[in-house]
Design a protein around this ligand. Structure first.
Ligand code: PGA
Length: 249
C-alpha cells in the first residue's frame, strides 16, 4: 500500500498567538488536500488558539517540545498528556536545534519517543548530519546510530505510526537544499535500517520526510522520490508558499 504523504510546518519560535491565528486563516484555503496529511507544529503558547482555528479543516496540530514526566515539580515544562488534552496529535522530537542549542542527547530523545507513544502522540523524530560529517563521508553511519539509539525499546507497531524527518543540518535555514538524490540516498538508508531493526512491513509503513530549505520550487522533485514521504518545512511554512508545498503535484 502506498504511504500517504505528510507535510509538516515547523514554526520554530515564530508567531505570537494572534499572528498564528491570522496565518492559519490565510493558509486555510491553500493547504486543503485530500491526499496529503498537513500538520502545523507550533510554539506551546499558540497550541490552544491554533487548535481552535483549524477546526473543520484538514490540518492537524503538532507541538515542538515537551518534558518526559507526566506532571510535578518541573518549572517551565509541559507534559505529553497536557499536549494530548489540548488537541495535539504530533510532536517534533530530536530536532537538531534542540540537540545542538539545548543539549538534548539520544538518551533523552529515546525517552521522549517512548513517552510520546505512551501518551498517544505521534513523534516526528528528526535526525541528520553536520556539514563536517557530510564532507567526511560518514553521514550514513551517524544517522544509523541516531535512529538505533532513538528507537531503543520502541515496538514495531509504534514505529508503523512514526514519522522520521531526515534533516541535514547544513541544509536547515541556509537556503541550501540537499539534492533530491542526496535526500533519497539517506531516506532509503533509514528505511533499510528500520527493516534491519524490525522487519520489511514496518519499514514499508514508516513515513520518512526530508527537511532543510524545502520550498515551493523544490518540493515536487524531492517528494517524487520513492523513499521521501513528504517534508518538514521551517521558513516556508510561515507563508503562502506552504500551500504550494502541500499541493506540490
Ligand atoms: P528550514 O527548516 O525549512 O527553514 O530549513 C527546516 C527545519 O528545521 O525543520
Amino acid at each position: 500500500m502506498a504511504r500517504r504523504k505528510i507535510v509538516a510546518g515547523n514554526w520554530k519560535m515564530n508567531m505570537t498567538p494572534s499572528e498564528a491565528v491570522k496565518l492559519v486563516e490565510e493558509l486555510k484555503p491553500l493547504v486543503a488536500s485530500d491526499d496529503v496529511d498537513v500538520v502545523y507544529c507550533v510554539p506551546a503558547i499558540d497550541i490552544v488558539p491554533v487548535v481552535e482555528a483549524v477546526k473543520g479543516s484538514n490540518v492537524k496540530i503538532g507541538a515542538e517540545n515537551f518534558y518526559i514526566e507526566d506532571k510535578g515539580a518541573f518549572t517551565g515544562e509541559i507534559s505529553a498528556p497536557m499536549l494530548k488534552d489540548a488537541g495535539v496529535e504530533y510532536i517534533v522530537i530530536g530536532h537538531s536545534e534542540r540537540r545542538d542549542i539545548f543539549g538534548e542527547n539520544d538518551i533523552l530523545i529515546n525517552a521522549k519517543v517512548k513517552k510520546a507513544f505512551e501518551a498517544g502522540l505521534k513523534p516526528i523524530l528528526c535526525c541528520g548530519e553536520s556539514l563536517e560529517l557530510r564532507k567526511k563521508g560518514t553521514y550514513l553511519d551517524w544517522i544509523k546510530r541516531q535512529i538505533t539509539w532513538d528507537l531503543t525499546g520502541v515496538t514495531a507497531d509504534q514505529v508503523k505510526n512514526l514519522v522520521i524527518a531526515y534533516e541535514p543540518i547544513w541544509a536547515i535555514g541556509t537556503g541550501e537544499t540537499a539534492s533530491s538524490d542526496q535526500a533519497e540516498e539517506v531516506c532509503k538508508a533509514i528505511r533499510e535500517n528500520i527493516s534491519e531493526m524490525y522487519d520489511a512491513a514496518t519499514a514499508e509503513a514508516v513515513r520518512i520526510q526530508y527537511g532543510g530549505s524545502v520550498n515551493a520550487g523544490n518540493a515536487a522533485e524531492l517528494f517524487a522520490k520513492p523513499n521521501i514521504d513528504g517534508g518538514l518545512v521551517g521558513g516556508a511554512s510561515l507563508k503562502a508558499d506552504f500551500g504550494k508545498i502541500v499541493n506540490y503535484k
